[in-house]
Design a protein around this ligand. Structure first.
Ligand code: 0WD
Ligand code: CA
Length: 380
């Protein structure tokens, strides 16, 4: 049987010893065997409350309540009067993850800091969303990225920097786009309950400051990763498998009416959905398909492990192995480039569609992102 896209337990794979100043993102270069990607293990979680305050617990966990297969959810409801939107001009960088690390140092360092030459026993610390961007890079034709990297006590911290283009887009969103961004959160409200024995409350307020985040550890080839990602909800059955296998990702998407729309859905949307959930080991995505008026008319479950089969018949389609091999090679590239170990040094990796990845080095600059409280906590 083909085990190509399953999580693997062990196997040694060589690295491409490319030692240049840039990294190509051409797909053909990454069509190799699927790299080792260990089953992600949840090592903790945290919550952000309605005022975006951090808590080292699962208080913001929500529970999935399976909706009718053909519901009638009006996603526009409450946009004007029952919506509190997070201020997305505030850049939080890695701060929440770093707070979690400080509160849980012993969990990720079983041997203790004294026994280890490094403060943390992982190579990389980042957000899941940043890794998703890396996975989809070989297929991305619209948006570039900027990733700031600092090596501190042997661990590489990766934190996104907003590109000029992304900032312009954020500041010039149309009213329609602003409202459509709300629709995803409204769908969550129709399908999630606050505890195992309650029901969703579509009459409540949608507050996008609130978040429940999982923290997982895994390994991609020889890269040990620690990352966090926001999780929408979990299976409410107490007999459901342990996290992250009990988690459910919620999405909304435009209704599919034509073969062309189906093909685009497979080629572009399923790539993003697969990458985002495969990384932390979330096994399923529940999609609400909405009409032009923002009414969800059907709901469908997608199993992440079946997505690669679903897309196989699509012409010129994306391949999971290309995504994973590119990410792996980027992380190797980064390790070769970022040799100085200092919270005062940032290497800025930059990529635009149809270009190679390039980088620049910055000392004591605006790009420094490890907070003093973190550096002090990890140095003593
Ligand atoms: O400051 C930054 N540059 C970023 C901060 C960029 C990306 C994320 N974040 C932080 C936020 O604290 C957020 O709570 O990360 C958290 C989510 O992290 P993630 O899971 O790594 O991000 P991603 O996988 O891109 O998004 C997961 C969900 C999204 O769901 P959908 O279904 O739309 O993919 O997190 C939400 C959104 O619901 N989300 C955000 N929430 C707050 N701030 C943000 C954001 N910037 N981006 C996505
Ligand atoms: Ca979601």
């Amino acid at each position: 049987t083909n085990t190509q896209h399953q999580y693997r337990s062990e196997s040694a794979l060589g690295q491409n010893p490319l030692s240049c100043r840039t990294l190509s993102t051409r797909r053909e270069l990454y069509e190799r065997d699927f790299p080792v990607y260990k089953q992600p293990v949840e090592v903790g979680c945290f919550s952000l409350d309605s005022e975006r305050r951090f808590f080292n617990d699962s208080r913001q966990m929500r529970y999935y309540v399976e909706p009718d297969k053909n519901p009638n959810f009006n996603l526009r409801d409450g946009y004007r009067d029952r919506f509190i939107k997070r201020d997305d001009s505030v850049k939080e960088r890695l701060d929440h993850i770093l707070r979690w690390i400080v509160a849980n140092k012993s969990k990720i360092n079983p041997t203790g800091a004294a026994a280890s030459p490094r403060a943390l026993d992982v190579d990389f610390v980042t957000w899941r969303g940043h890794l998703t961007k890396l996975l989809t890079t070989p297929y991305e034709t619209r948006e570039g990225w900027l990733l700031a990297v600092t090596r501190f006590r042997g661990t590489f911290y990766i934190s996104e920097v907003e590109t000029e283009a992304a900032r312009r887009e954020r500041e010039n969103r149309t009213e329609r786009h602003e409202e459509m961004m709300y629709w995803g959160y409204k769908f969550e409200q129709y399908t999630c309950a606050d505890n195992t024995h309650s029901l969703p409350d579509p009459g409540g307020v949608v507050n996008t400051n609130e978040a429940f985040c999982t923290v997982v550890q895994t390994r991609l080839a020889d890269h040990r990763l620690l990352f966090s990602g926001e999780v929408d909800c979990r299976d409410k059955d107490p007999k459901a498998p342990a996290a992250p296998a009990c988690y459910v990702e919620l999405k909304t998407s435009a209704e599919i009416c034509t073969p062309k729309q189906r093909s685009n859905f497979h080629r572009f949307k399923l790539l993003k959905w697969w990458a985002q959930s495969f990384l932390p080991g979330v096994p399923r995505v529940v999609a609400g398909f909405r009409d032009q008026e923002g009414v969800v008319v059907s709901v469908e479950t997608f199993h992440i492990s079946k997505i690669s089969h679903l897309i196989k018949n699509e012409y010129n389609c994306w391949k999971p192995t290309v995504c994973m091999n590119f990410c792996c090679d980027f992380l190797s590239f980064l390790k070769r480039v970022v040799t100085e170990d200092s919270p005062r040094v940032v290497h800025l990796f930059s990529w635009d569609p149809y270009k190679d990845v390039t980088y620049s080095a910055h000392r004591d600059s605006q790009y420094c992102f490890l907070p003093h409280w973190y550096v002090e906590e990890m140095t003593r």
